[in-house]
Design a protein around this ligand. Structure first.
Ligand code: CO8
Length: 374
C-alpha cells in the first residue's frame, strides 16, 4: 500500500423520540390482553397458545437494554397498530432514509473538516434500504452535490464495518480520494412489536464516517487504519424474508417470518467464540495482544455478549473505559452500534493509542478495523 488511509470524521444522528422498556412492555402487555381476550375460545380449546407477558426486568437483565430511539414513535405503541406510522413521500421528495443519512453525513463531514466538494464517493451501508433503486447513496450524493459515484450495500449487522472496508480498498486502489460511509439504520419498520422475544431489541439511528488519504486529512482526531478483517459464515439463525418475491409467492408480505426473527440463544453461542477468535487473530497480525488495545468499540447487540467476548480476549472483565457500552441507551442499532461507541468514545485517545472497531451478527458476519490515533 503506497498511501496511509485514515478515518478522519465520525457523525451520529440520534432520533428525537425514544421508548423506554417500561413503555414498550406496557404497550405489548396491553396488546397481549386484547389478543388473549379476542382468542379466548381457541385458547381454552387448546387450539392456540395464550400469549405471555413481556417484562422490563427480563429485557434489561437478558440484554442490557434500557431504552431505544425511534424515528417515528406514533403508531409503534398503539395496540391497534403495533408498528410505526411513517408518511409515504412522493418520488420527488427526499426519502426518509436519505434524510437521516444526510443528517449523520453532515456531522461526519464537519468532524473531518471537509466539504461535500472534497468527497468523491458515497457508500450507504446498512441492514435495510427502503427501496431497491435508485440507490439511497445516489440520492444522498445528489443532495450533497458530490461529484463521483455512490452505491448501497447490505450486510445486516456488519454493514458499517464492511462499508468502511470497501472505502479503505477504494482509497488504496486510488479509485477515490475521500469516501463518505453512511449507516442509516431505520430498522423500526421491520420490528415485530407483537413478538416478546424480539420487540425490545432494536433502535433507529444513523452514523457516518469519513475515510481519506492521510495526506489530505486535517481534522482534530485522525486514525490510521492499520488493517481490516472480515469473515462470513451462512446461518439462518437471524433472518428476515421480507422482499419483492412475496408478490409472486401469494404469501402475507408482512407475516412474522418476513420481519426480523432469530434464535437468540443459538446466535449468542455461535457468535461469541467466532468474534473473540476473529479479534485475537486480527490483533495478532500486528503483534499486539489484547492488553495492548486501548479501546474496543464493539458491536452493540447484547451486554452479556460483549462481557463474554472481552473476558475471552483479556482474561478478565473489561472496564467501561476499555469497552464502552451504548446499547443501554441506543439498544441494538444493527450495524451502527460499534460506530456509535466509537463516535462517543474516542476523543480522549492520545497519539499512538490503538483501538479496534468490530461488528458481529446476521449472516453470520464479522468485520473489524484496527486503528491507531495519529
Ligand atoms: N419478557 C419476558 N420473558 C421473555 C421475553 C420478554 N420480553 N422474551 C423472552 N422471554 C422468555 C423466553 O420465552 C424464555 O422462556 P422459557 O425459558 O420459558 O422458554 C426465557 O425468557 C429465556 O429466553 P431466551 O433463552 O430467549 O433468553 P436469552 O437469555 O437468550 O436472551 C436475547 C434473549 C436477549 C435475544 C439473547 O439471546 C441475545 O441477545 N442473543 C444474541 C442475539 C444477537 O445478537 N442477535 C443479533 C441480532 S442483530 C442483527 O443481526 C442485525 C439484523 C438486522 C437488523 C434488524 C432490525 C429489525
Amino acid at each position: 500500500m503506497s498511501q496511509q488511509i485514515v478515518i478522519s470524521g465520525v457523525g451520529i444522528w440520534t432520533p428525537e423520540h425514544s421508548i423506554t422498556n417500561e413503555e414498550l412492555v406496557d404497550s405489548y402487555n396491553a396488546w397481549v390482553d386484547a389478543y388473549n381476550d379476542d382468542n379466548k375460545q381457541a385458547i381454552e380449546a387448546g387450539e392456540i397458545d395464550a400469549k405471555p407477558y413481556s417484562s422490563a426486568e427480563f429485557i434489561e437483565k437478558a440484554s442490557g437494554i434500557k431504552q431505544r430511539y425511534i424515528y417515528q414513535k406514533a403508531g409503534a405503541l398503539d395496540i391497534d397498530r403495533m408498528r410505526p406510522l411513517i408518511d409515504d413521500r412522493p418520488d420527488d421528495a427526499l426519502s426518509h432514509q436519505a434524510e437521516i443519512a444526510l443528517a449523520a453525513a453532515k456531522k461526519a463531514l464537519s468532524a473531518a473538516n471537509k466539504d461535500a466538494s472534497d468527497v468523491d464517493a458515497v457508500i450507504v451501508s446498512c441492514a435495510y434500504t427502503q427501496r431497491a433503486y435508485p440507490a439511497i447513496a445516489i440520492e444522498v450524493q445528489e443532495a450533497l452535490g458530490i461529484e463521483g459515484f455512490a452505491f448501497d450495500m447490505l450486510v445486516a449487522c456488519s454493514a458499517a464495518t464492511f462499508g468502511m472496508h470497501r472505502a479503505y480498498e477504494m482509497l488504496c486502489a486510488g479509485n477515490a480520494k475521500c469516501v463518505l460511509v453512511i449507516n442509516p439504520e431505520l430498522v423500526s419498520p421491520q420490528i415485530n412489536y407483537t413478538d416478546r422475544d424480539s420487540h425490545f431489541i432494536f433502535g433507529d439511528v444513523a452514523t457516518a464516517t469519513v475515510l481519506e488519504h492521510a495526506e489530505t486529512a486535517n481534522a482534530e482526531h485522525v486514525y490510521d487504519v492499520l488493517s481490516t478483517k472480515a469473515v462470513t459464515k451462512y446461518s439462518s439463525n437471524i433472518r428476515s424474508n421480507f422482499g419483492y418475491m412475496t408478490r409472486a409467492q401469494d404469501v402475507d408480505p408482512y407475516g412474522p417470518d418476513k420481519l426480523f426473527h432469530q434464535a437468540g440463544r443459538r446466535v449468542f453461542k455461535d457468535v461469541c467464540p467466532m468474534a473473540a477468535d476473529h479479534l485475537s487473530e486480527h490483533i495478532e497480525r500486528h503483534n499486539l495482544t489484547a492488553s495492548d488495545i486501548r479501546r474496543w468499540w464493539l458491536h452493540q447487540a447484547n451486554i452479556n455478549m460483549n462481557t463474554l467476548i472481552c473476558k475471552k480476549l483479556l482474561g478478565r472483565d473489561a472496564t467501561a473505559d476499555e469497552a464502552p457500552i451504548v446499547l443501554d441507551e441506543y439498544a441494538n442499532t444493527a450495524s451502527a452500534g460499534s460506530v456509535i461507541a466509537f463516535g462517543l468514545n474516542h476523543e480522549d485517545l492520545v497519539k499512538g493509542d490503538v483501538g479496534v472497531l468490530c461488528s458481529f451478527g446476521a449472516g453470520y458476519s464479522i468485520g473489524s478495523l484496527v486503528i491507531q490515533k495519529r
